[in-house]
Design a protein around this ligand. Structure first.
Ligand code: UDP
Length: 349
């Protein structure tokens, strides 16, 4: 059998693709990995942490121009890959690396397998550029693995044949199951992550609100691992450094971050992955976005427009609200990689 080619470039893609890599290893299925270098340090750390050495590595460095980065990725892939070698390309999510991986498969007539397919806001500006990327990827993918029925429904509505769509849950749950659930003692802690381009226009406003909240709630610890986006880092430093119960840290290793998420009373985030993890654990979550491609109407979650003048009130409403749920199987139970591998093998048979 020719090897599958995993193409990935960011930390969340690693969290969601490694379970499938491990499943392939368990079944002795041939595969190779290409690291696109979209996130250099964050992805290197992930691979090193799990003792995975990618077969191929691009060298992109810090780039701000999406079009130029895309051209660079495709041209380096042309130089180092032999397309005839691969049976399929496997990509996850909606990053530039995902799009480039899908296009690479399409240009070389290699079937494209898309994990976490079908997420939509139907607004190309939010999230930008990911929403448009997802839709482009869906047009060239051969098999679409959806995290829930909501995404499968989107794809069916868009005319993708039913036989190419599979609802399998989300592989982030497999990742957490594999690296084991730590025992944690709950803490009066609010965990924060912010990284979205769309929120940069409101970032002063968001940080002012967070600074006020932390001063009003001085019995709480506010923990904010900073995404290495320089605009976020400098703004967070300016607004929040020096607030006594506010802790700004470097990005955390996934298991450390997971432990902090589990022990926190509430999470404030604009991250899609963190939103899913909160849904999985029924953790109170304030989602700071205008729209979300993920379901956000759980009793323990609120979607808040960062421009909303009642942002702080909504924070307090959620914080005070009792939460009876402790787990949700909306994204499956952590056996998605196994389901995906079973389907892939059946398709090849
Ligand atoms: N995460 C992490 N360390 C951190 C912050 C987040 O390992 O300091 C993990 C988190 O558990 C989740 C993922 O990173 O699985 C989310 O990534 P991110 O917010 O960068 O991207 P998104 O999910 O919005 O694409």
């Amino acid at each position: 059998m020719k090897p599958f080619l995993f193409i990935l470039g960011t930390r969340p893609e690693a969290i969601k693709l490694l379970p499938l890599v491990w499943e392939f290893q368990k079944r002795d299925l041939p595969f190779e990995i290409l690291h696109t270098d979209q996130h250099t340090e964050l992805l290197d750390t992930m691979f090193a942490h799990h003792a995975i050495v990618p077969n191929y590595r691009l060298s992109i460095g810090k780039q701000s121009d999406l079009a130029q980065t895309k051209i660079e990725m495709l041209s380096q892939m042309r130089d180092i890959l032999t397309p005839q070698k691969f049976s399929s390309v496997i990509v996850q999510g909606d990053t530039l690396s995902t799009l480039v991986g899908a296009e690479y498969g399409f240009f070389h007539a290699i079937p494209v397998i898309h994990i976490e397919a079908g997420m939509r806001t139907y607004c190309n500006e939010d999230p930008y550029p990911e929403e448009a990327f997802r839709r482009m990827i869906s047009t060239v993918a051969t098999l679409h693995f959806c995290p829930s029925e909501d995404e499968a429904r989107n794809l069916r509505r868009e005319g993708i044949p039913h036989t190419q769509i599979f609802t399998v849950g989300n592989t982030f749950a497999d990742y957490w199951n594999t690296i084991s659930k730590p025992n944690v003692t709950p803490k009066k802690q609010i965990l924060i992550t912010l990284h979205r381009r769309e929120n940069l226009s409101y970032i002063d406003r968001i940080f002012d609100a967070l600074a006020e909240l932390s001063k009003e709630l001085n019995e709480y610890h506010f923990l904010f691992p900073l995404h290495p986006n320089p605009a976020i880092v400098s703004c967070a430093e300016a607004h929040l450094r020096g607030v006594s119960n506010f802790c700004l840290t470097a990005p955390m290793k996934p298991d450390e971050f997971y432990r902090e998420l589990l022990r926190s009373e509430m999470i404030v985030t604009d991250s899609g992955g963190v939103q899913e993890e909160c849904i999985f654990h029924a953790k109170k979550i304030l989602i700071l976005r205008k729209v979300s491609e993920r379901r956000s109407n759980f009793p323990f979650s609120i979607l808040v427009d960062p421009e909303d003048p009642f942002l702080k009130n909504k924070f307090y409403t959620l914080l005070k609200q009792p939460n009876k749920e402790s787990h949700s199987d909306y994204y499956g139970r952590g056996d998605s990689a196994k389901k995906i591998a079973d389907i892939l093998l059946k398709q090849k048979a």
